[in-house]
Design a protein around this ligand. Structure first.
Ligand SMILES: Cc1ncc(C[n+]2csc(CCOP(=O)(O)OP(=O)(O)O)c2C)c(N)n1
Ligand SMILES: [Mg+2]
Length: 298
């Protein structure tokens, strides 16, 4: 496939949300409607990036868009001018193949330019197909091998305790990723050590690489499993901005145990022909499909 073929002339302008939001160490002041629009904008970036690269993972990026929009533009405190700010909240994308949605949020937050997004997966780009904390500002963990982010999150959260800092750690897990034994070792450890500045979010889109989770490895009853591991469990619609925000706020108030948010989502959410279509777990849209997707997301 030649690069010219994928050199889409697609623009992602729409809602006039400033690319670099003012640094606010508490909360941003976007309304629910603005957050909804922002999530749509992040989805448009995902489509453009992956279509331009000619490869990538749209499905699990789109399912996480609303969660990531609320985290980055309502809940988390951070400073794009100072990515290593010690007091920053940490977002750990354990399902590293969903890197495009994280890059979109980081660009819109001001860590790097929105223009850089179309360098996704190119040689020498800072934005590789899976996250790399050594090259991308704002990326906390190198991921791609599933199953490790919750363990990494525990260490990061315990470091806050040792350093007497009050930051929160958010770990986004895939539901297929929960097949990994390491997730459940980490779940036990987090509860045992009462890591209450840790919030796991399961992007429960019911699909994994090549099929439905219930056929490949049935996770149910998922909420009861986390409860049995002594976690505070919150179950929400992962595309409902208000529910996401409320769940994240509630999680912050729970002391003495970690919280997990089971977010019911749809893989490929926002693009009709990608929704629940396993073909788009790890496949780029053609230029024509990308145009169609961007029209739907406009
Ligand atoms: C340890 C490991 N095994 C297998 C893979 C290959 N792989 C990449 S994505 C994926 C499916 C993940 O499904 P899920 O966690 O549900 O992610 P989502 O549906 O959000 O894309 C698999 C098996 C991997 N990246 N790492
Ligand atoms: Mg999944």
């Amino acid at each position: 496939m030649t690069r010219e073929k994928n050199n889409l002339n697609i623009h992602t302008t729409s809602t006039p949300i400033p690319s670099t939001l003012p640094l606010n160490k508490n909360k941003f002041t976007l309304s629910t409607k603005e957050l909804t629009e922002l999530a749509k904008k992040l989805r448009r970036h995902v489509i453009t990036m992956i279509a331009t690269a000619g490869s990538g993972h749209p499905g699990g990026s789109l399912s996480a868009a609303d969660i990531i929009a609320v985290l980055y533009f309502k809940v988390m405190r951070y400073d794009p001018q100072n990515p290593q700010w010690p007091e920053r909240d940490r977002f750990i994308l354990s399902k590293g193949h969903a890197a495009p949605i994280l890059y979109a949020a980081l660009a819109e937050s001001g860590y790097f330019s929105v223009e850089e997004l179309t360098t996704l997966r190119k040689l020498n780009s800072r934005l590789q197909g899976h996250t790399d904390r050594t090259t991308t500002p704002g990326v906390e963990m190198s991921a791609g091998a599933l199953g490790q982010g919750l363990s990494f999150g525990i260490g990061t959260a315990l470091a806050a305790r040792l350093d007497a800092r009050d930051y929160q750690v958010y770990v986004l897990l895939g539901d297929g990723e929960c097949d990994e034994g390491q997730i459940w070792e980490a779940a036990m450890a987090a509860a045992h050590f009462k890591v209450d500045n840790l919030v796991a979010i399961v992007d429960h889109n019911k699909q994994q690489l090549d099929g439905w989770t219930q056929d490949i490895m049935n996770l149910e009853p998922l909420t009861e499993k986390w409860r049995a591991f002594n976690w505070n469990v919150i179950e929400i619609d992962g595309h409902n901005i208000n529910q996401i925000q409320q769940a994240l706020e509630e999680a912050k108030t729970i002391k003495g145990k970690p919280s997990v948010i089971i977010a019911h989502t749809i893989k490929g959410k926002g693009v009709s022909f990608m929704e629940n279509n396993i073909d788009f777990h790890g496949k780029a849209p053609t230029p024509e499909q990308a145009e169609l997707a961007l029209r739907e997301l406009s």
